[in-house]
Ligand binder design. Sequence first.
Ligand code: NAD
Length: 299
Amino acid sequence: MTTVAFIGLGNMGGPMAVNLLKAGKTVKVFDLVPEAMNQLAEQGALTASSACGAAAGADVVVTMLPAGQHVRSLYIGDSGNKGLIDVVADDTLLIDCSTIDADSAKTVAAAAATRNIEFIDAPVSGGTAGAAAGTLTFICGGTDSAYAKAQPILADMGANIFHAGGPGAGQVAKICNNMLLSVLMVATSESLQMGIDHGLDPKVLSEIMQVSSGGNWTLNKYNPCPNVMDNVPSSNDYQGGFMVDLMVKDLGLSQEAALQSHSSTPMGALARSLYVNHARQGNGKRDFSSIFEQFNKKG
Ligand code: NAD
């Protein structure tokens, strides 16, 4: 039976690891937060006392961590501490599903290659609901052989799997997507609020726009206006979901990528500025759809 080490059991990693258990994998987990590990243990996962302890002897390692520095130090090691690449078996496949900068993904892939170990960047889209339902989209960067080996594991957690290109390409595609998502969320929020300000019911307005030319994912799956949709963060005081701090991180990555390639991204730059401002007002740990409050609060 395939043994998967799963490291990083937050809003996304927790439900993704549960889906691997449901698919019959032996799952050995580690997170810095003991409570996160306990929740997985209740569902049948084995727990480890360190990331290296979880990864040693595993067939596949999956990581779901906040940012590039976490991924680099975990895989490569730092301050004299060993990294996962130092302890895994020769034929272990490494899959990082975090959203990080493409350069970090390339650095880790190159470090793994010095041991002939395959590493693939496989950031995801679909949010916490997609993670729980096992319908995530995986956007992969890596060699053809790493991609082929990763597919069956990713299929246990997702519905769509794409190969964007070589190492780091998955991360580039992912930040293009999240830059677009942030712009759509801001634009949906301001449009809904303008309708409300003119006396419209946000539920009716949402239904109209969903099937009109303004229809988009935030209206269909993640309405930012409270109580328009059940089971989304806006109807739960913006708890859970995708934190503003993580969106700020992704928009920083997209702006760095735009600088590298001399690309013009004015909407992404504006969305980053709006989200940074929102985080500075104490909203960093809330879901990113809470940007709606920037438009509906009375001055
Ligand atoms: P989260 O903060 O809820 O979870 C991150 C987890 O990693 C935490 O439980 C934390 O304790 C753990 N962690 C951090 N450093 C660690 C280490 N060294 N060893 C072990 N565990 C460690 O974040 P999340 O929402 O699950 O997001 C994870 C990644 O997925 C991010 O890169 C994010 O941008 C991306 N992402 C999130 C969403 C979403 O909707 N939340 C959607 C797509 C992609």
